[in-house]
Design a protein around this ligand. Structure first.
Ligand SMILES: Nc1ncnc2c1ncn2[C@@H]1O[C@H](COP(=O)(O)OP(=O)(O)OP(=O)(O)O)[C@@H](O)[C@H]1O
Ligand SMILES: Nc1ncnc2c1ncn2[C@@H]1O[C@H](COP(=O)(O)OP(=O)(O)OP(=O)(O)O)[C@@H](O)[C@H]1O
Ligand SMILES: [Mg+2]
Ligand SMILES: [Mg+2]
Lengths: 165, 165, 165, 165
């Protein structure tokens, strides 16, 4: 079990450094298993430096940088053992447009092997959809779902009006 | 192994029968604040066996039953069904498709069904356990959780590493 | 002191119900000081129902609804004792476009008496600005600030390029 | 009483001298993730006397001094100055303008100045206390805090009611 954990950990470690680079141009990051302890109990430390900056302490990172770093870690783990499906609920909220696009491009890439369900308010994320559903409450307090086309979805997400299409 | 179809009726704000077809790749869900997007996410967790009421944002489990609104009366039962295609024969059953259903009545009585046959919650959870599709801490990702990964307790972080090993 | 608190509380209570209505069409909300206790110690309960829904328990509310409810309370308190300045850091992140506009319109209204500093990624919030600053890191890891015009700011917020204007 | 001008040098990612003029109404700050927007908010808190290092996202106070980057060497001091116009003669001084300055050196030594004259931190905090401009829990509003208002401890909620009374 100990070896299994260590070999999995090393694979995640490698993935994390690579995924982080796709999100942070010129950045680098690593995971470290604390040495003094039993690998089955040891804490895992995260070190991450966005591009061009000095070794950041995690707390000093910005809101968006922290989200992207955590997302890099989640993808790193996912790549070791892809789950059949994964749901993201407004995870893109703190990201600027460039990062939203990087994030949705990563999802598109992994979605070849995994079904992703992504809840969002962001127009760029919507564009990456294979299919798009709009949720509405035309009848007060009662939800219903409609399948939508992208440009209709744009008005729809904003106004909650069912597009006439 | 893929999610094919979700049917919701009487669950949270989905008073009326709602059908969502799920395809390969990325499904994006949009809509105004409070229209029911996260409720769909909750429905998926719930039908797959989620028992923690705080994860479902309810103080008590029967809060998931549609409680009525200005334009619709409360109902007596919440029901969610999820059809899964057994595409790689990962499911330990002989069917090409498996439909899992969960119901909760105002009386507090629960029902669980696999392909229309009553079973226990445990049977549903075992079904998923074997396929790696179990609703783990990281099959649904939300923002607070993403930050927790960086700031939270080390044991939480270890947990998802161990789940991958 | 007790009377001062109670009269202030009543004023906040009145403001809260009104501000909430401007954000939630057809909604209603109230603050309640628990009776059995000394007013100087009593807890303050919040009851809020978005338009057309039944009395929501706060936990069941959506992410965006909770943010707007809390913002309504903050404005309610602010109206009793306007501060000379107030800073909002990405408070509009969970809001859909209609709510972002309501929020920025409220800020514009109150900004007659108060200086507001608002950090945002949202284009609609930017439009409400009396003045707009872009922050950039052209030199790696070193921030600088430029004053920008709205349409330039749009590209700028996305790409971090200093607009040529 | 209004904030007129902010000058930052050596504070967090603002290695070089940065000047921000603040006007009436709504000032909106935009830019990509990690470029320094929240650092500007931190600079305002810090110069007004914020002492809690976690509020400033630092594990220790000297983390606010520019630590260097790929393109700039670390510096030895962080300095923030805030010019305030005494527009309604609320400030207990005879000046039309007051400039407060805070410095921190790598040695750990701090300096505080009012209109260029050295004073104690307490003098700066007293200045604000009398004007109701003290950096209270609600002069800077961020998302986690907004949610805390609804979900958090009742004492936290009471505190802002009491500050208004
Ligand atoms: N049992 C129930 N009966 C009726 N309505 C309910 C029930 N449970 C939750 N709701 C309603 O569902 C709404 C929340 O929906 P949900 O959280 O899915 O919104 P959302 O689309 O995710 O919004 P946001 O974009 O703000 O996150 C709330 O207004 C709540 O009152
Ligand atoms: N003492 C310091 N020296 C150098 N850089 C620092 C220092 N303290 C913080 N930083 C850097 O400042 C950056 C964070 O900036 P800030 O939090 O202002 O970003 P932001 O513009 O608010 O981004 P977001 O949109 O993601 O919230 C981090 O990358 C961090 O490394
Ligand atoms: Mg939601
Ligand atoms: Mg920030």
């Amino acid at each position: 079990a100990r070896e299994k954990f260590i070999s999995t950990f090393q694979e995640i470690q490698k993935n994390f450094s690579e995924v982080f680079k796709t999100f942070f141009e010129g950045g680098r990051a690593s995971l470290v298993l604390r040495e003094e302890e039993d690998p089955l109990e040891a804490e895992i430390d995260i070190f991450a430096t966005p591009g061009g900056k000095k070794l950041s302490s995690l707390p000093l990172m910005s809101g968006g940088e922290k989200s992207l770093t955590a997302v890099s870690l989640l993808f790193a783990i996912y790549l070791v053992k892809p789950s059949p499906f994964c749901i993201f609920d407004e995870v893109d909220a703190p990201l600027d447009d460039v990062n939203v696009e990087r994030f949705s491009r990563a999802l598109q890439e992994y979605s070849q092997n995994t079904q992703f369900i992504v809840v969002t308010h962001n127009k760029l994320t919507m564009r990456a959809a294979n299919q798009l559903y709009g949720v509405t409450m035309e009848e007060k307090g009662v939800s219903r779902v409609v399948s939508v086309k992208f440009d209709k979805a744009m008005e729809y997400a904003n106004e909650g009006q069912i597009p006439a299409g | 192994m893929k999610l094919a179809e979700l049917n919701i009726v009487g669950f949270k704000s989905f008073a009326k029968k709602t059908n969502l077809l799920l395809h390969d790749g990325m499904t994006v869900i949009v809509g105004p604040n409070g229209c029911g997007k996260s409720n769909i996410v909750d429905a998926i967790r719930w039908v797959m066996g989620e028992q923690k009421s705080n994860v479902l944002r309810s103080e008590k489990m029967d809060n998931v039953i549609f409680a009525g609104s200005a334009s619709a009366k409360p109902v007596g039962m919440a029901e969610v069904s999820l059809k899964i295609e057994n595409t790689r024969n990962l499911l330990p059953v002989d069917y090409a498709e498996v439909v899992i259903t969960r119901r909760l009545f105002r009386s507090g009585e629960s029902q669980y069904l696999i392909n229309g046959n009553q079973c226990r919650l445990k049977d549903i959870m075992d079904l998923f356990m074997d396929t790696g599709m179990a609703i783990s801490s990281y099959s649904v990702i939300e923002l607070p959780q993403v930050e927790q990964l960086l700031n939270g307790k080390p044991e939480e972080r270890r947990k998802i590493f161990e789940e991958a090993a």
